[in-house]
Design a protein around this ligand. Structure first.
Ligand code: IPE
Ligand code: IPE
Ligand code: MG
Length: 258
């Protein structure tokens, strides 16, 4: 059982939801069955994050590179996305969750884009939590798009190249609208970033678990947050005498998860 200090929550949790295919394979099922069960884990995780009071949750649902998977699997993933955008509507509305999406969304089929647009605009005023879906997303692609935008502004005389700083780049990255990542979770046993939030994860705490995504639960999220709260973040500085290590603190408010 995990212990979470609700007064020191990560403000932005990002998850690489990996292992759907292996989950299905282990049960002699088609990969798509793993993706379907993965959607249940998305719902459980979203609920748990909302209940804890995490302000932003970014989920890696489909990478730019995933377009090169077999067409049948790509189609199944897009269909599942469309179904979820309908089935989860009430969940978002009832819990005041704002939906947003990042990635090269124009590559999604028209019907998926239109459902996404409908739900993002319907939930845009909610402040309970932001659920940010990374769809057709790649961290390098996002940086390329920002570089193009900056180069265009420089060419048009709208920006002085010598004045381009961290804030100027971050302002052009849709993934940074919810701020830098505090806790980056990857399920499925691999320990890599796979082109996820390259800029925003610069100082993220990384948490890898062997659990396959369809098995991820509220308690799995609590365990990841507990591990995060045991880390000392330094951001390139030296430990401050005033800044006690997170693991040594006696939290003002502890919540026993589940
Ligand atoms: C993650 O699970 C889902 C997507 C990438 C869309 P995978 O489909 O990558 O599952 P594994 O890694 O092959 O088990
Ligand atoms: C990362 O998983 C992408 C998503 C979870 C959407 P992949 O399965 O595509 O990544 P690799 O191939 O293991 O690097
Ligand atoms: Mg995978």
């Amino acid at each position: 059982m995990a212990l979470v200090d609700v007064s020191r929550l990560p403000q932005h949790v990002a998850i690489i939801m990996d292992g759907n295919g292996r989950w299905a394979q282990a049960r002699g099922k088609p990969r798509t069955a793993g993706h379907e069960r993965g959607a249940d884990a998305v719902r459980a995780t979203m609920r748990a994050a909302r209940r804890l009071g995490i302000p932003a949750l970014t989920l890696y649902a489909f990478s730019e590179q995933n377009w090169d998977r077999p067409q049948a699997e790509v189609n199944a993933l897009v269909d599942l996305l469309c179904e979820c955008l309908v089935s989860e509507r009430n969940e978002l509305v009832d819990n005041e969750i704002r939906l947003s999406a990042i990635g090269r969304l124009h590559k999604l089929p028209q019907h998926a884009r239109s459902r996404l647009r409908t739900l993002t605009s319907e939930t845009e005023s909610y402040q309970g939590m932001t659920l940010n879906l990374a769809l057709s997303y790649g961290g390098r692609e996002e940086l390329i798009d920002a570089a193009r935008a900056l180069a265009t502004k420089a060419r048009d005389g709208e920006v002085d190249p010598n004045e381009i700083d961290e804030a100027a780049v971050a302002a052009l990255l849709p993934s940074m609208e919810v701020g830098p990542v505090d806790l980056l979770i990857r399920t499925g046993g691999e320990q890599r970033i796979s082109n996820f939030l390259l800029w925003g994860s610069a100082y993220a705490e990384l948490y890898f678990t062997d659990e396959l995504w369809p098995d991820f639960s509220a308690n799995s999220l609590y365990c990841a947050i507990e591990a995060y709260q045991g880390r000392q973040r330094r951001f390139g500085l030296v430990p401050d005498a005033q800044q006690r290590p997170a693991s040594g603190e006696s939290p003002s408010k502890l919540e026993r998860a589940i």
